[in-house]
Design a protein around this ligand. Structure first.
Ligand SMILES: [Zn+2]
Ligand SMILES: [Zn+2]
Length: 104
């Protein structure tokens, strides 16, 4: 039987909580190849301003985009990539186990 991989013990410091938070407790964006920026657009890396044309939105994954970019892509590419990798990895593991199991 294949041993499971070690789970990442990466933590992020949250100033508002004054504490380190385990990666597993955070939204999907923190597991993606590019973790969410603080008060900046995750597409163009520029800070959000108070002027209307620079406003953006934060998604449930914690990535944030200027409205004009989110309107173009309509999804979070970083998290979509993260989920695709996870699904692919799980399917490969499942198919491998099906191939090994001769008792059914
Ligand atoms: Zn932007
Ligand atoms: Zn995201």
């Amino acid at each position: 039987m294949e041993k499971s991989k070690a789970v990442s013990k990466k933590k992020y410091y949250f100033a508002t909580l004054n504490d380190n938070v385990d990666l597993r407790s955070l939204p999907a964006g923190y597991n993606a190849s590019k973790p969410p920026l603080s008060n900046s657009c995750d597409r163009c890396n520029k800070k959000f301003e108070i002027f209307d044309e620079h406003k953006g939105l934060m998604l449930i994954c914690s990535h944030a985009y200027h409205y004009r970019f989110y309107g173009e892509i309509n999804k979070c590419d970083y998290c979509l990539e993260y989920y695709k990798k996870g699904v692919s990895c799980n399917v490969k593991s499942y198919l491998k186990r099906l191939g090994e199991d001769t008792n059914w």
